[in-house]
Write a new protein. Structure first.
Ligand SMILES: [Fe+2]
Length: 198
């Protein structure tokens, strides 16, 4: 629980950090390559959604992408300070409060912060579903190739598959985002395969 509801300073609206600085932070804070890859996947989903579904310009696409890229940045080294650590860091770098709010609300049950904006809701919706679909790709002989929505739905029903992925969170996130599960699964299957880990 974060026990706070205001993040960042409204005077810093629109501020971001560069891609170079974001990548440097990731490499320093997240030794676990798999976790970095997860954030890169979610970042690409956020950017692609902002561009294609919300028709946002490049500056906003980067804000969405940055929220995805850094949402778990403190999980590897400071799990007991998850979310607090990265938010404090980004506040000190005077980052846009909307980005901080999206990071703070990506797990309402865990952090006690409700997703409000579309960016908040999409980060929450993509997070767990992206992880489950990636886990599914790793157990398929051809990875993402030929993956379809029904296959993902079957994995979702199997409680033993990726059991750390909360099905309740996924359903809750879809209904808050007001998109069907099938639409989100279809989008992820289409976008996620091209994301390379660094
Ligand atoms: Fe995540």
């Amino acid at each position: 629980m974060l026990h706070r509801s205001i993040f960042g300073n409204p005077a810093h609206a629109g501020n971001t950090i560069s891609r170079e600085d974001a990548n440097r932070l990731l490499l320093e804070w997240v030794p676990n390559k798999k976790l970095r890859h997860h954030m890169q996947q979610v970042a690409f989903l956020m950017k692609s959604w902002a561009e294609e579904k919300e028709q946002l310009g490049e500056a906003d696409q980067w804000r969405w992408e940055l929220a995805g890229l850094l949402h778990d940045a403190d999980w590897d080294r400071w799990p007991d300070q998850h979310c607090n650590k990265i938010i404090t860091e980004l506040e000190s770098r005077q980052v846009d409060p909307d980005i901080l709010h999206a990071i703070a609300s990506h797990g309402p049950v865990h952090f006690g912060v409700e997703p409000i904006s579309k960016m908040d809701k999409m980060l929450y919706a993509f997070d767990e579903l992206s992880g489950l679909i990636h886990a599914y790709s790793l157990m398929r002989p051809n990875g993402y190739k030929g993956m379809d929505i029904n296959g993902v739905r079957k994995r979702l029903k199997e409680k033993s598959f990726a059991s750390n992925v909360s099905r309740d969170d996924i359903n809750d996130a879809c209904s808050r985002a007001e998109h069907s599960l099938d639409e989100l699964i279809g989008f992820i299957i289409q976008k996620q395969p091209g994301v390379e880990a660094f």
